[in-house]
Design a protein. Structure first.
Lengths: 138, 475
């Protein structure tokens, strides 16, 4: 038998992904967000009461940031990014729900987050040189 | 960047908050959804940063202990991953293998670096069962987000090429007393002038020359009748007599006596084809003649002879196959057997038993089969043949008689002999003894070569012969 094989075997498409260090951090942060905002409902205060909402949001952020530091050893730069994105999104959405319809705000919010995720994804592809030539031409 | 189920769970939680907020007209929940989105974006950004940091400092290398390997051989492949500043993320790197490589457990060819680790390496053996050019692609680097929300896989490093070569003789030495002979067989000149197409020389007309041979242009130019002579064309009727008895299996796999002699015989067959010389083939097994291809110049004949030479294998000792199949029949049987080898249909299953045994004898002989073949077949073909004998020197007395018989009738005999000492497996442990046996062979070869119309050459692995002779000269 003679052959010329320049192609990898099929298992190349299913790489060995290393296991993540911990999932607790993310669930603590998410749990804090959910519980904090459900607590607002239970308290039954005026949904637009700025001091209460601000206190809740700051508290939830502190819990989320602390969980990252405790469980993941996150760098200050990442914490800074979390703070910026957190207060930007939460602040903008808080202002938006006062002006616009809730459904419109929710849709715009979902669109913004999806766009942000996709933008970071594309930046990552370019940074790692994973953009195919055909993609660039398109 | 590929999202994991954990990412989708997180996203679903945020979406649920948003839906509940819209459904129950509670803006707090929509704001909460924004908080979840912020966590997701922050995590993704952190992953991007760590990935870039990792990639800036990352190096991966795949090395092999050899650039080429013989079929069914093994190579050691080493995968080394290095991140001098320590990896910020858990990384696993897997060396992929080309399709022609043997199977290697994925775990054996994967290295994993935990966060802050700097280097890791693994070495594994790869078997190469298929001949060809194999490219080991650059390894796949797989990275996971610290919190398991994202993964990424990409290739880094460089490709490594390995040539897998067939097990066949390399550096075939054909020579006399260790000195290689460039063309023991091939183009041949008659050194006779007469009728032909290739102009040989111009000479003055002599009484007795035919007038039709006068070259009138030369005569006009030189002012005296001149005759143009042509080189006589000749056909060298060539008979290959190949010994493929059990003892011709001596030597490492793919480099046996028969393998080396086969290379020489194939070269002769090719030379005969290009010169349009009639070519015949007789193959001798343990118990008699296995191939009887009488000399012919038919176009298909040369190809058949070459195919038969390729198909020759040392006959198992004590084989008791019976049959009266001529060479062409054997070839057809082999082709048919190969065609239905994997045919599980009723047709294939029915025919297979009839074609399983393809090494049949044309004629069994009680006497030495090589001598018997020479006496029964070659001697009857008449004179002026070139008999090329491919065998070893294991039975010198019979070989001597065989050569004497072959050169009768005015035949020319060329012996290609494989000395046993060059085909012993393993290293030449006792060089004194090996050199002595080679010297003994050489004296026998000279004895044959001194016979009238007989040439004798040794055939074997050039490196081994060189090693043997250089050691002998040192002593």
């Amino acid at each position: 038998m003679t052959a010329s094989a320049d192609h990898a075997s099929a298992d190349a498409v299913s790489p060995s992904v290393p296991s993540a260090r911990s999932g607790r951090s993310i669930w603590v942060a998410i749990g804090a967000v959910v519980v904090g905002h459900l607590a607002l409902l239970v308290v039954g205060s005026d949904p637009f009461s700025t001091p209460v909402l601000l206190a809740i949001e700051v508290g939830v952020f502190v819990v989320a940031a602390a969980s990252e530091v405790l469980f993941g050893g996150t760098s200050r730069r990442t914490l800074g990014a979390l703070a910026v994105v957190w207060f930007l999104l939460v602040g903008v959405s808080w202002l938006a729900v006062r002006v616009w319809d809730l459904l419109a705000v929710a849709l715009v919010l979902a669109g913004l987050i999806a766009l942000g995720c996709y933008a970071i994804h594309r930046i990552e592809l370019v940074a790692l040189g994973l953009v195919e030539v055909s993609d660039e031409q398109e | 960047m590929d999202p994991t189920p954990r990412f989708w769970s997180t996203a679903a939680t945020g979406a649920l908050l948003a839906v509940l907020g819209v459904t129950f007209a509670r803006p707090e929940l929509v704001v909460g959804a924004a908080g979840v989105g912020a966590i997701v974006l922050a995590r993704q950004y952190a992953f991007l940063r760590d990935l870039r940091r990792l990639d800036d400092d990352f190096s991966v290398e795949v090395t092999t202990d050899a650039g080429f390997v013989r079929r069914d051989g093994q190579t050691e492949v080493t995968l080394t991953v290095s991140v001098p500043s320590g990896t910020p993320l858990p990384v696993s790197v897997t060396a992929d293998l080309p399709v022609i490589a043997g199977s290697v457990d994925r775990g054996d060819r994967t290295v994993t670096l935990e966060p802050e680790e700097e280097t890791a390496t693994t070495t594994f053996s790869v078997e190469w069962p298929v001949v060809g050019r194999a490219t080991i692609p650059d390894p796949v680097v797989s990275v996971a987000d610290t919190y398991g929300m994202f993964t990424e896989s990409y290739r880094r490093g460089s490709e490594t090429v390995i040539r897998v070569e067939p097990r066949q003789p390399r550096n075939v030495h054909v020579g006399e007393g260790g000195d290689a002979v460039a063309t023991p067989f091939g183009g041949h000149r008659t050194d006779q002038y007469g009728q032909g197409t290739d102009p040989a020389e111009l000479r003055e007309y002599m009484p007795g020359d035919s007038v039709s041979n006068i070259d009138w242009k030369a005569t006009a130019r030189l002012a005296y009748p001149h005759v143009r002579e042509y080189e006589v064309e000749s056909d060298r009727r060539t008979l290959l007599v190949v010994d493929h008895r059990a003892r011709m299996a001596d030597g490492p796999e793919g480099e046996t006596k028969l393998d080396y002699l086969r290379e020489v015989a194939l070269t002769v067959a090719t030379a005969a084809e290009s010169a349009d010389d009639p070519l015949g083939l007789y193959a001798v097994g343990n118990e008699g003649l296995t191939v009887d291809e009488r000399p012919s110049t038919a176009a298909d004949h040369y190809r058949d002879v070459q195919t038969l030479l390729h198909d020759l294998e040392p006959t198992p000792s004590g084989e008791a196959n019976r049959g009266q199949t001529r060479g062409r029949g054997m070839l057809a049987a082999r082709n048919a057997a190969t065609a239905i080898e994997n045919d599980d249909s009723a047709f294939g299953q029915t025919l297979r038993p009839y074609l399983d045994t393809t090494d049949r004898y044309v004629r069994k002989m009680d006497e030495d089969p090589l001598f018997g073949t020479m006496r029964t077949y070659v001697d009857r073909l008449g004179s002026d043949h070139w008999v090329l004998l491919f065998t070893d020197d294991a039975d010198r007395t019979t070989l001597r008689e065989t050569v004497r018989l072959a050169r009768s009738n005015g035949n020319h005999v060329v012996c290609f002999l494989s000395p046993a000492v060059l085909y012993e497996t393993g290293s030449l442990s006792d060089l004194d003894d090996a050199y002595g046996r080679y010297a003994d062979f050489e004296s026998f070869r000279r004895e044959l070569a001194q016979m009238e119309r007989v040439s004798a050459y040794e055939v074997g692995p050039g490196e081994r012969l060189s090693a043997l002779l250089s050691d002998g000269r040192r002593r």
